[in-house]
Design a protein around this ligand. Structure first.
Ligand code: EPU
Length: 342
């Protein structure tokens, strides 16, 4: 176990916010994590505790007075092979895209559309990351956790995780209570590409890739190219991917918007509801490419807030509020951040 005091969090959040944590603890095994929890309980330590992954969905509003926990466990184990399915247990501390690459290289399929998403495997299972028509929950069978109050190990089935759009029980009722240590995936040996999502077929055609002979590597590379064209690389421009969730609204609200914007994009949710891309609404409000102080709205994708250098969490939060207020007054729709404010 490695413990650091007064540790800069700059390298631990993709926004690149320079906040400090009073303590930063890295553990390398479930035993070490349980030991840490046991010691805290024995000492009656009730200072705040926050478990982080790659920090790709966090916004530190200021310094963190408690302890930040991070896993450095890195193993990938095949637990079973049954017919078309392969079952794989993956440590929470593995970088998500390294896992996707490993799966593609191993000819285990399903995750291709989730290529190049920043963050780690454990956080992906908490956040239910998604892109291009796939979500992590489609491939997660169950999740191993450690109770941060008692140290007990608990397994959550996919159903018990109560997955929703960028949501799970770990972001709601059980927020902060459990640390995900491993995620169990079920992938297939057969490659069944998902190409319906707007943009994929177009990108394949542009690269002269024939859909019939498409390989998993080609699909992965296509997704990486689409993402890189639209989303800034946190290594050069601090950001947390989509800052807001796409709101799900009553169909009548969308129909009303369509009277003024006949081309307003939307996704069908069910008979009564549609999802409206928040990025589109933010762009209509004139925010795309706008910079105020050290923060701005990314010029190629209005759903992304960027740190143009030296931003504080409060500056990001203020920009978030201004955007929310504008979207609300313009469209009558409240947009919620996808990013977790700490
Ligand atoms: N749009 C605009 N202007 C913008 C941005 C988007 O008009 O500035 C329009 C687009 O033209 C398109 C629609 O909005 O008609 C949707 O845009 P896009 O396909 O870029 O996807 P998104 O809805 O903005 C979601 C996810 C992304 C994911 C993409 C692709 C959320 C909150 N975001 O974005 O996820 O990569 O779809 O599947 O659901 C993330 O969560 O961090 C993330 C990047």
């Amino acid at each position: 176990m490695k413990t650091l005091d007064n540790c800069s969090l700059r390298g631990h959040n993709t926004f690149g916010i320079d906040a400090q944590a009073a303590h930063f603890v890295e553990y390398d095994s479930v035993d070490e994590l349980q030991m840490f929890v046991g010691r805290r309980a024995a000492n009656g330590d009730t200072t705040p505790l926050l478990h982080i992954g790659g920090g790709s969905n966090l916004l530190f509003l200021g310094d963190y007075a408690g302890t930040i926990l991070h896993s450095t466990m890195r193993d990938i184990t095949v637990t079973a092979n049954e017919g078309d399915y392969v079952y794989v247990r993956v440590s929470a501390g593995i970088i998500w895209d390294d896992w996707v690459q490993y799966a593609v290289d191993s000819h285990w399929h399903g995750l291709e559309n989730l290529s190049a998403i920043p963050g780690e495997v454990g956080a992906a299972a908490v956040q239910n990351i998604g892109a291009y028509g796939s979500e992590a929950k489609d491939f997660i069978l169950f999740v191993d956790t450690v109770d941060l109050e008692t140290g007990a190990i608990r397994h959550f089935t996919n159903e018990e995780c109560r997955y929703g759009y960028r949501d799970s029980i770990f972001k709601n009722e059980l927020r902060g209570r459990y640390a995900v240590t491993h995620v169990h995936f079920r992938l297939t040996h057969d490659f069944r590409p998902r190409l319906e999502y707007g943009g994929i077929r177009r990108a394949l055609a542009e690269h002269d890739i024939d859909e019939v002979n498409l390989t998993a590597e080609q699909l992965r590379q296509t997704i990486i190219d689409i993402r890189h064209a639209k989303l800034p690389d946190p290594a050069t421009l601090g950001n947390a991917g989509s800052f807001f969730k796409n709101p799900i609204v009553e169909r009548s609200i969308y129909e009303h918007i369509r009277q003024s914007y006949p081309d307003a994009p939307h996704y069908e949710v069910d008979a009564d509801r549609v999802k409206i891309p928040a990025g589109w609404m933010i762009e209509q409000c004139g925010w795309k490419g706008k910079v105020t102080g050290h923060v701005g709205v990314y010029e190629k994708q209005a759903l992304v807030i960027v740190n143009i250098g030296g931003a504080t969490g409060m500056e990001v939060s203020d920009l978030c509020k201004s955007i929310q207020a504008d979207v609300e007054s313009h469209f009558g729709i409240h947009i919620e951040p996808e990013v977790n404010f700490i």
